[in-house]
Ligand binder design. Structure first.
Ligand SMILES: NC(=O)c1ccc[n+]([C@@H]2O[C@H](COP(=O)([O-])OP(=O)(O)OC[C@H]3O[C@@H](n4cnc5c(N)ncnc54)[C@H](O)[C@@H]3O)[C@@H](O)[C@H]2O)c1
Length: 282
């Protein structure tokens, strides 16, 4: 079968646009920085991990400005937006990708960890959305804000009480932001990935065991690639999505709708023989 993932029919043009990507020291964030730079944008790449951030930015020279920052801290959120304004003279797109997802059993959850998850995942997205929107409004330029959720926001997944609920909060927050910022031509959408291949390599033992059991049950029987999420973010940042706001775009290979079909569909329920025309002998 042809690998659909390697086919690139769409080329985006972000020349003259300024984009912030938070959480860009690894994973989906790193790939989004690459995608935006290759499409001609100037990018502010933000993360609290200096080493990873340097690795992300190194190939792109002055097209990318890196900023070590913790988005849960109000002055750092402002610092990220100020850097876009000062270095690149504007801000068009803010991608609030940074988040943490530690897993803990509910009965062992500690409020200190819970608060840290919410500080990064909720307060951070709020602070970045507010700072970015204020800058966009001040410069009278239409804008895009793209927030991140997760498939676990919609289903019960053990160990994710803090993470899953913090991601669900972002969907709700983004709907409010979309309504309040629409008069300024700022569109706010949320991307909700399923399982994406960003986990540390080699995989920690427990994570390896869980993924080995889970991956065959995914409708496409594979994790998504970070590029497959970045593609959707580029679309949401582009003029092609000019009538989409307040939406949650799911990028999960179907994992939110069901599990992979592993045997053929056979209806041998005798209650419906009168419907299907089957009989006990067929
Ligand atoms: N990978 C998946 O399977 C998956 C599934 C569903 C949703 N998501 C969502 O996609 C996004 C990216 O996921 P990923 O797997 O690439 O994540 P990742 O853990 O690989 O990378 C996240 C980056 O964000 C940074 N970060 C976290 N908190 C920060 C803070 N307070 N300030 C600054 N930087 C901070 C980290 O240092 C890290 O570099 C997240 O919002 C996540 O919730 C991922």
């Amino acid at each position: 079968m042809k690998n659909q993932r390697s086919v690139k029919e769409i080329t985006y043009h972000f020349g003259g646009k300024v984009v912030i990507v938070t959480g860009s020291a690894r994973g989906i964030g790193r790939v989004m920085v690459k995608g935006f730079v290759e499409a001609g944008a100037q990018v502010v790449a933000a993360d609290r991990d200096m080493e990873g951030l340097e690795k992300t930015c190194e190939p792109y020279g002055d097209k990318v400005a890196a900023v070590i920052s913790d988005i849960s801290n109000p002055s750092d959120a402002n610092k990220i937006v100020d850097l876009a304004m000062d270095r690149f003279n504007g801000l068009d797109v803010c991608v609030n990708n940074a988040a943490v997802a530690p897993h803990t059993a509910l009965l062992e959850e500690r409020f200190e960890v819970w608060d840290k998850v919410y500080a990064s995942n909720c307060r951070g997205t709020f602070l970045m959305t507010q700072a970015a929107a204020k800058a966009m409004i001040k410069q009278s330029r239409a804008g895009r804000i793209i927030n991140f959720s997760s498939g676990v926001s919609q289903r019960g997944s053990p160990g994710t009480a803090a993470y899953a609920s913090s991601r669900a909060a972002i969907e709700s927050f983004s709907r409010v932001a979309a309504i309040e910022l629409a008069p300024y031509n700022i569109l706010v959408n949320t991307v909700s990935p399923g399982l994406i291949d960003t986990q540390p390599k080699p995989l920690p033992k427990n994570m390896a065991m869980n993924l080995k059991a889970r991956i065959p049950t995914l409708p496409l029987a594979r994790p998504g690639e970070p590029e497959e999420v970045a593609n959707v973010v580029l679309f949401l940042a582009s003029s092609a999505s000019s009538y989409i706001t307040g939406a949650v775009i799911v990028v999960d290979g179907g994992s939110g709708i069901g599990i992979r079909l592993t045997n053929s569909v056979v209806d041998d329920d005798p209650r419906y023989f009168w419907v299907t025309g089957k009989s006990c002998s067929s």
